[in-house]
Design a protein around this ligand. Structure first.
Ligand SMILES: Nc1nc2c(ncn2[C@@H]2O[C@H](COP(=O)(O)OP(=O)(O)O)[C@@H](O)[C@H]2O)c(=O)[nH]1
Ligand SMILES: [Mg+2]
Length: 366
């Protein structure tokens, strides 16, 4: 556990905690995280665990009741504060449909916002076979979460599994797929690369990004860049039919053998396939983890997004849908993250603090 990291992962509810545990196991030492649940079943050795609704629910869970989950969180979410020292950005993983993920996530995001900590939410939506009640329950909280989160990804569990999976395999595969996707995202932010995406840049980029789509692929062998691109373009999780794309974030992770031409192929391909007014690229070179393999993380956003600091009571964190005015995702003269109190560096009418490849609309193809 790295209690120094400015990036904190929170698993909420039983399935959310299980996915967060999977991310921690896959990432290895150095991941800063905590689990929150109304049910003691989610507590695991060596992971900080916050029991929500202690007196009210006695550690037995919210019984699928969103209101119970929400009240439990309201009463006990302040216990999270002991884990927030130095945190600049929280990533929440949860499963909507039950009581705790559904109820406590909203309270957690609000609590973080009041402390000036923006949250990115990854939330699964119930399988169709779980029935209309759970679907309705999940839909009901989605928009409320969006109102307070910086960016949110709602991932239908149906899209993470194969039709031929048995029920048990389906659950295992869904947890595994999401956990490995979030692990890649974590590596993108925590590991060094030639084009860096650190917590501050991510915080800046995703401020008010709103609802997004998220997918990852991992490939190896000859033609791996083209194959990664092909799989991303066919991914149901990124389906362009889901609405216009205004902003794209693309991360490429590989070992020391990552070629510039591969970066160009993927960056150009993703930009060409998904469009958007703004495009951000990050790379990670981590030979120990990716030797021979190449992974790509793509995030698409429907809002093009980042605003001046939104006046809010409490922390002043910008949220997904609550802003009045919006600006482009890439660094512009407003919403400049850690440079927000600094005069822009204008030269020949261009803002030099905006990355060159963005200002010039350059592709990285060679
Ligand atoms: N991927 C996965 N999803 C699960 C699992 N168990 C439950 N879910 C999903 O998570 C939703 C919430 O269930 P659960 O986490 O048990 O509820 P909570 O603890 O009250 O938040 C369910 O509606 C399912 O869609 C699991 O083992 N794996
Ligand atoms: Mg539970």
């Amino acid at each position: 556990m790295n209690s120094e990291s400015p990036l904190l992962l929170l698993g909420i509810g039983t399935a959310g905690s299980s996915i967060a545990g999977g991310v921690s196991r896959a990432f290895g030492p150095g991941l800063r995280y905590a689990l929150l649940d109304t049910d003691v079943v989610s507590s695991i050795p060596d992971a900080p665990f916050i029991l929500l609704g202690g007196d009210r629910l006695s550690g037995r869970g919210a019984g699928g009741d969103v209101v119970a989950g929400r009240l439990a969180a309201e009463e006990t979410i302040r216990n999270l504060d002991a884990h927030l020292e130095g945190v600049r950005l929280a990533v929440i993983v949860t499963a909507l449909g039950g009581g705790t993920g559904g109820g406590a996530t909203l309270e957690t995001v609000k609590h973080l916002a009041d402390r000036g900590i923006p949250a990115i939410v990854f939330a699964t939506l119930p399988f169709t076979f779980e029935g209309e009640d759970r679907q309705r329950n999940a839909r009901g909280v989605m928009t409320m979460i969006e109102d307070f989160a910086s960016a949110s990804f709602f991932i239908p569990l149906d899209k993470l599994v194969a039709e031929t999976d048995s029920m048990e395999d389906a659950l295992r595969r869904a947890v595994g797929t999401l956990a490995s996707g979030i692990t890649l995202f974590w590596r993108l932010v925590e590991k060094p690369g030639y084009i860096r995406l650190d917590t501050e840049r991510l915080r800046h980029l995703l401020s008010g990004a709103g609802r997004g789509r998220f997918a990852t692929v991992t490939v190896q062998g000859p033609g791996r860049a083209a194959e990664a691109l092909d799989r991303l373009m066919r991914s149901e999780l990124l389906a362009t039919s889901c609405g216009p794309v205004r902003a794209t974030l693309c991360g490429i992770l590989a070992g020391n053998d990552l070629l510039l031409s591969e970066v160009g192929t993927i960056a150009d391909g993703v930009r060409g396939a998904f469009g958007g007014l703004s495009f951000d690229l990050a790379t990670v070179n981590d030979e120990a983890t990716f030797s021979g393999r190449l992974s790509v993380v793509v995030m698409l956003f429907e809002s093009n997004v980042r605003t001046e600091t939104e006046p809010r009571t409490g922390g002043g964190v910008m949220s997904g849908r609550r802003r009045k005015s919006r600006t482009a995702l890439n660094a512009g003269p407003s919403g400049r993250g850690r440079f927000k109190n600094v005069e822009p560096t204008i030269w020949n009418g261009e803002d030099l603090d905006t990355p060159t490849f963005v200002r010039k609309n350059l592709s990285l193809d060679i």
